[in-house]
Design a protein around this ligand. Structure first.
Ligand code: SF4
Length: 192
């Protein structure tokens, strides 16, 4: 949201500062609802503040938790055989940041073994898509711009998503084939 607004109010730091200076929950409702609960700020905070929990408390704890376990599925050996250099693999940011050190090593190894690309930035943080989250329902949140950032400069034929809810919009906006991990695992079981 900060990248789109260029307004520090839409950043974890802006929200924390506003709280320190006595802002009320209602005044922060709009910016708090823009948080997609990816958890990246918890990892980056130099004071080790649980920022995502702070923001969740502002929005009444209304944070969507994925029902699937993308990380667990990504450990499936049959699935890994189906990934290739032609794939852009979209890690679910919430799951990734829940256990950063372990999962970073896992995804780095997966990337190396399969050659696929991933939504990791230069600091090895999983870039949150926000596509499937409640942020997509906020009128001013431009999901197409976010997808543009995500695929910029990348060459791939297929998108593989951990979160099946990301499929439709990614397919619509990129024109690429989009498949979920669960579908890939099911198809590998059929052929086993
Ligand atoms: S949890 Fe993610 S979206 Fe929410 S404030 Fe932190 S970095 Fe931003």
């Amino acid at each position: 949201m900060w990248l789109q607004h260029r307004d520090v109010a839409y950043s974890p730091q802006g929200i924390a500062k506003a709280l320190q200076h006595g802002a009320q929950t209602a005044e922060l409702a709009e910016v708090a609802s823009a948080c997609i609960a990816c958890g990246a700020c918890d990892r980056l905070c130099p004071e080790q503040i649980d920022i995502s929990a702070m923001i969740a408390s502002l929005s009444g704890g209304d944070v969507s938790v994925p029902e699937y376990d993308g990380f667990k599925m990504s450990c499936d050996a049959n699935l890994q055989e189906q990934l290739s250099v032609d794939d852009l693999y979209i890690i679910d940011a919430q799951s990734f940041h829940a256990n950063y050190a372990e999962r970073l090593a896992h995804y780095d190894a997966l990337k190396k073994a399969t050659g696929c690309q991933m939504n990791l930035d230069l600091n090895r943080m999983a870039i949150a898509t926000g596509i499937s989250s409640r942020a997509a329902s906020i009128g001013e949140f431009d999901v197409s711009q976010q997808i543009e950032w995500l695929i910029q400069g990348r060459s791939f034929k297929r998108i593989v998503v951990e979160n099946p809810a990301d499929k439709e919009m990614l397919a619509q906006l990129t024109g690429k084939l989009v498949i979920s991990l669960a579908e890939l695992i099911r198809s590998s079981e059929k052929h086993a």
